[in-house]
Design a binder for this molecule. Structure first.
Ligand SMILES: [Zn+2]
Length: 285
């Protein structure tokens, strides 16, 4: 038993996060868990972020956070240097000098229950949630899996749902695009936090009316619709995963009584969105 008055250490919080998001639930290509940090350092303040980038590292230092819990791994691909003339090297130096530990829960948090897509679905008031792709392997069972399917309390059109999503999710410059007939009525919706191209076949087989995710592209989206697939909503990547941070923050406060700040620094790369007014005219030969 630890002294009730003493703050938890980095090791205490890491162990609890690892129990909630076991590392072997992550995809084989993923890199999750503690990235850097002193196990014995006390944790009084935590900052939850989608991306560990210079802007959120500065926020962690300004907030005097002892630990960053991030969704995206800082070091997904192998590196042979963390020299400070690279952006990741600079981030690592800033964190170590500032005594800020960094932890990532990525695909292991995606499939968890509750996980990233539960928080996204909750923002949209979806009911009767079930996984879009049930987890297999070490994470199987327990309602775990990629994405969530749920029901809207009241059916609405694709256009109405797009407007509803826009007011329920954090605003970004990129905004929200929808594909398919705007007047199509929808009730059953699939959502998946982050890039969602690879689950288009799953949403077709699931028979949902609409699918919301991030990072959709022209050809996969066009072919999906041509094959009669559900309407698509393409949301800024950061906005689909930001709701999860609130859920993690509530859990961390309850588990350890620590202060937790949720970052609203929009780390989506897109910063400008314009809609042109030039009418397309047929060109003369
Ligand atoms: Zn993501």
């Amino acid at each position: 038993m630890t002294d009730a008055a003493a703050p938890p250490t980095v090791l205490d919080v890491v162990n609890a996060l690892d129990r909630r998001y076991p590392r072997d639930w992550a995809e084989p290509w993923d890199r999750v868990g503690l990235v850097l940090g002193d196990f014995a350092h006390p944790v009084e303040r935590v900052l939850c972020v989608v991306d560990c980038v210079p802007e959120t590292v500065e926020q962690a230092l300004a907030e005097r956070a002892d630990l960053i819990v991030a969704h995206h791994p800082l070091l997904l691909k192998p590196v042979s240097s963390i020299a400070p003339d690279t952006f990741k090297g600079r981030v690592i130096h800033r964190l170590i000098r500032g005594d800020v530990a960094l932890y990532a829960a990525h695909t292991n948090a995606d499939i968890a229950n509750p996980g990233v897509s539960d928080a996204l679905a909750a923002r949209l008031d979806l009911l009767d949630l079930r996984p879009l792709v049930p987890a297999s392997g070490p994470g199987a069972g327990g309602g775990r899996g990629i994405g969530r399917i749920g029901e809207l309390a009241e059916p609405m059109t694709v256009a109405e749902f797009t407007g509803f999503v826009a007011i329920r999710l954090p605003a970004t410059a990129a905004g929200i695009r929808a594909a398919g007939d705007p007047e199509r009525m929808i009730r059953t919706v699939a959502v998946s936090g982050g890039a969602g191209d690879s689950f288009l076949g799953d949403v077709r087989r699931a028979g949902v009316d609409a699918y919301l995710c991030a990072d959709l592209r022209h050809h996969p989206a066009s072919e999906h619709l041509a094959e009669g697939g559900p309407a698509l909503l393409d949301v800024a990547h950061w906005a689909t995963e930001r709701p999860w941070l609130d859920e993690v923050a509530v859990w961390l406060r309850g588990e350890f009584g620590v202060e937790v700040v949720v970052s609203d620094v929009d780390t989506d790369p897109w910063t400008v969105h314009a809609v042109g007014t030039l009418e397309v005219k047929e060109t003369q030969p």
